[in-house]
Design a protein around this ligand. Structure first.
Ligand code: NCD
Ligand code: ZN
Ligand code: ZN
Ligand code: ZN
Length: 357
């Protein structure tokens, strides 16, 4: 067999993952979620606060920080969650988190802020400098842009998915407003036709959009879009197929292990450059969220490996992917974190586990 040529890239950073600790450990935990991250080429992940209980107090933050130090296989940083009941905790949380997360539309979990008074309190209280990440869909994005301008606070828009939304963010950026945004692989590679095919396994917030929306996102890949973030949101097969009586199946799909192969396939097809991919998945996330450098850390990818994505061999606890059976080109072969080889031949090397914090 001819020798593989491996290409070295920086360790990737995913600014939007749900590791489900505390309270959702049957879906994912720090060990399985960071195993999925590393297998996908990510050496830093930013964990979302819509847990049970949500991460809205220093007390909860300290518990999960300690647990992540013991169990995580790569670096994990946390967002503070905005909740009307715990606004007094925001100054302390700001010191120890990477940003404030505001859920401005309905999605999975109890966190949601839809009244102006609470939004104002958040923007007045949150320490300037660290971003405010917003789950905002449709016209709610205009609210976020207005708040960013009025309070001179950096706002990072999560999972932008539609043509009109990306056009609005492009206009805000052209005015010099302090806004950034991420898009997910599922909104770049799947459409509402896939949602019909996948049923609950293709349901997430924001929902999959039209092929015209997908085209619009790709048209902004070299300009308006700052980051590719997975919104890795695992739920079990049973929860997707047999939701609790009286409620709908929870929205959200896993994405840590499929993001880089999908984006490398786009590179192979000439839809973006490897340099741009590295900006979107490593440098920009680190710059926007002020993440610490990871010395002696890199990943090695085989750009020529052609294969089909599959549910088999996934490290995420949920054990499924909306991208299974899609043909890709590009594979993570090795991951080195702080000088230690931690992933090779599709498997984690646990004995050398060594994270920063
Ligand atoms: C996320 C989840 O499951 O936590 N679900 C989703 O559909 N994206 C919540 C979120 O990111 O909005
Ligand atoms: Zn503290
Ligand atoms: Zn969201
Ligand atoms: Zn999310």
């Amino acid at each position: 067999m001819p020798h593989k040529t491996l290409t070295r890239l920086p360790g990737l950073a995913d600014v939007h993952v749900h590791l489900r600790v505390p309270g959702g450990e049957h879906k994912e935990d720090f060990s399985t979620g960071t195993a999925a991250a590393v297998a996908g080429g990510f050496t830093t992940v930013l964990a979302m606060p819509n847990t049970t209980p949500p991460l809205t107090t220093c007390e909860t933050l300290h518990i999960v920080q300690q647990q992540a130090r013991a169990e995580a296989l790569c670096d994990v940083h946390f967002y503070a969650g905005a909740s009307p009941d715990h606004l007094d905790e925001l100054p302390a949380l700001a010191r120890e988190t990477v940003g404030l997360k505001i859920y401005a539309n309905q999605t999975y979990g109890p966190l949601r802020i839809d009244n102006l008074a609470t939004l104002l309190r958040c923007f007045q209280t949150w320490s300037h400098g660290k971003p405010i990440a917003m789950h905002a869909e449709g016209r709610t994005i205009a609210v976020g842009i207005g708040l960013a301008a009025a309070f001179e606070q950096r706002v990072h828009f999560c999972h932008i998915s539609r043509a009109d939304e990306i056009a609005l963010i492009a206009a805000a950026k052209a005015r010099g407003l302090p806004v950034t945004c991420e898009v997910t692989p599922h909104h770049l590679f799947l459409t509402e036709a896939d949602a019909a095919r996948l049923g609950p396994f293709g349901d997430m917030r924001p929902r999959l959009a039209t092929s015209a929306d997908v085209d619009a996102l790709w048209a902004h890949i070299n300009a308006t879009i700052d980051c590719i973030a997975t919104d890795h949101a695992p739920h079990t097969r049973a929860e997707k197929l047999e939701p609790k009586r009286g409620s709908d199946a929870p929205p959200g799909v896993p994405g840590l292990e499929t993001a880089l192969p999908l984006l490398l396939t786009a590179v192979a097809e000439g839809r973006l450059t490897l340099t741009r991919l590295t900006e979107l998945m490593a440098h920009n996330p680190r710059r926007i969220f002020g993440l610490p450098e990871q010395p002696e850390t890199w990943i090695e990818v085989d750009l020529d490996a052609a294969y089909t994505l599959s549910d088999e061999g996934l490290h995420t606890k949920c054990g499924w992917s909306p991208f299974s059976r899609i043909a890709v080109r590009g594979k993570v072969e090795r991951v080195t974190l702080y000088g230690a080889l931690i992933f090779e031949d599709g498997a984690l090397i646990h004995s050398t586990k060594r994270t920063r914090s």
